[in-house]
Design a protein around this ligand. Structure first.
Ligand code: ZN
Length: 323
C-alpha cells in the first residue's frame, strides 16, 4: 500500500514537473523573452566582422536535394541523418560583413515571396535584434536571383529602410539570365518556377538604379570579393573574405547538406546540374586544401565549418561554437 502511494505521489510529481516545464516554455514565448534558439552567430576573419543570420527554414521534399539519386540511396542517407523521409527543413542563412567603413549584406532571405514557406522571411526582425540598422547597409551582394536570396529586399519594411543609394552587386550573367530564364534541367515543385520568375522581375524593377553588375569578380570592400562560379544559375557567385591570412568563403547555393558525402547528387534548383557538381567539387577541394572557413546558405545554421577530403568524397567539420 505504501509502495502504491509512493508510486502515485512520484507520478504526480513527475506530471507536475512536466507541466511546469511546459508552462515555463510557454511563458518564455508569451512574455516576449525572445526565441529559444539563437538566430545569429558572429565571428572575425582577421580584421573583418562576419555575422551569420538565419532567415528561417524552408520545408522542401528530400527528392529536391537529390534528384538523380536512387530512392533507396536517398532514403538511406536521410534516415542516417534522422531527417525525412519525405521532406525536411532547409536552413536559410544570410551573411552580414563589416569591412573598413562598409556594411555589406550578402543575400537577403525570402521576404514574403512564398506563402508555402511561412517560417522564413525573418531577416528584418533578426537584424534588428542583432542591432543592425538596415539604413547603415552600404552594399548588398546577391549570390544569385532565386527568391530565397532576393525576396527579403522586396519586403516593404526592408525597402523603406534601405538607403536610396545602396549598391547592389550581382553578376552581369545573372541579370541577363533572368530576362529569359531556362528551367529545362530543374525539378522544382509547382508553383516555384513562376514565383522565381516574378520575384526576379520585381527585384530588377525595384532596384534597377542600385544594381552594379560585374563580369568575373569584384572587390566590394577591402578583403571582400564576389566571384562568378555559374552552375546553380549562370550568374551564381560566391563571396571570399580575406584578412590577415585568414579566409572564409560564403558558397551560396553551390553546397547543400548532401554535398559532402554525395557531391554528385543534383539539386532540383540547379539550372545546370552538371556544372553545379564541378563548381562544388572545386570549392570543397579548395576549402580542404586551405583549411578556410566555409559558410553556405542552406547548410544547417550557423553553417560555419571546414571541409576535409574523405576518400572519394568530403567530410564537413562543424565549428565548435565560440561562446
Ligand atoms: Zn537558395
Amino acid at each position: 500500500m505504501t509502495t502504491h502511494l509512493n508510486h502515485v505521489t512520484q507520478n504526480r510529481q513527475i506530471n507536475d514537473q512536466q507541466q511546469s516545464d511546459v508552462s515555463l516554455h510557454a511563458s518564455h514565448g508569451g512574455l516576449g523573452f525572445g526565441e529559444l534558439v539563437p538566430s545569429r552567430y558572429a565571428l572575425r576573419v582577421g580584421e573583418i566582422d562576419v555575422l551569420v543570420v538565419s532567415d528561417g527554414v524552408l520545408p522542401l521534399p528530400t527528392s529536391t536535394m537529390s534528384t538523380n539519386a536512387s530512392p533507396a540511396d536517398r532514403a538511406a542517407w536521410f534516415k542516417e541523418m534522422y531527417l525525412g523521409p519525405d521532406a525536411f527543413d532547409w536552413a536559410l542563412n544570410v551573411l552580414v560583413v563589416r569591412s573598413s567603413d562598409q556594411l555589406i549584406l550578402v543575400d537577403a532571405g525570402l521576404g514574403g515571396q512564398f506563402p508555402g514557406f511561412p517560417r522564413a522571411g525573418q531577416l528584418p526582425k533578426r537584424l534588428e535584434a542583432a542591432g543592425i540598422n538596415l539604413a547603415s547597409v552600404t552594399d548588398i551582394v546577391i549570390t544569385h536571383m532565386h527568391m530565397d536570396h532576393i525576396g527579403g529586399l522586396l519586403a516593404d519594411e526592408v525597402k523603406s529602410r534601405l538607403r536610396p543609394d545602396v549598391r547592389i552587386h550581382v553578376a552581369a550573367a545573372e541579370v541577363a539570365f533572368w530576362e529569359l530564364p531556362d528551367f529545362t534541367y530543374t525539378e522544382m515543385p509547382a508553383p516555384v518556377p513562376d514565383v522565381l520568375r516574378a520575384t526576379a522581375n520585381q527585384f530588377i524593377d525595384d532596384y534597377r538604379s542600385n544594381v552594379r553588375t560585374f563580369e568575373d569578380e569584384y572587390e566590394v570592400a577591402p578583403g571582400v570579393v564576389v566571384k562568378l562560379t555559374g552552375g546553380h544559375t549562370p550568374g551564381h557567385s560566391v563571396v571570399y573574405i580575406n584578412s590577415l591570412g585568414e579566409r572564409l568563403t560564403f558558397a551560396g547555393d553551390a553546397l547543400f547538406p548532401v554535398a559532402f558525402q554525395h557531391p554528385e547528387w543534383h539539386n532540383g534548383f540547379e539550372h545546370d546540374p552538371e556544372e553545379s557538381v564541378r563548381v562544388r567539387v572545386r570549392l570543397m577541394q579548395e576549402a580542404a586544401a586551405s583549411g578556410e572557413w566555409l559558410v553556405a546558405t542552406h547548410l544547417p545554421f550557423p553553417s560555419v565549418g571546414r571541409v576535409a577530403v574523405d576518400g572519394d568524397a568530403f567530410r564537413w567539420i562543424a565549428a565548435f561554437w565560440d561562446y
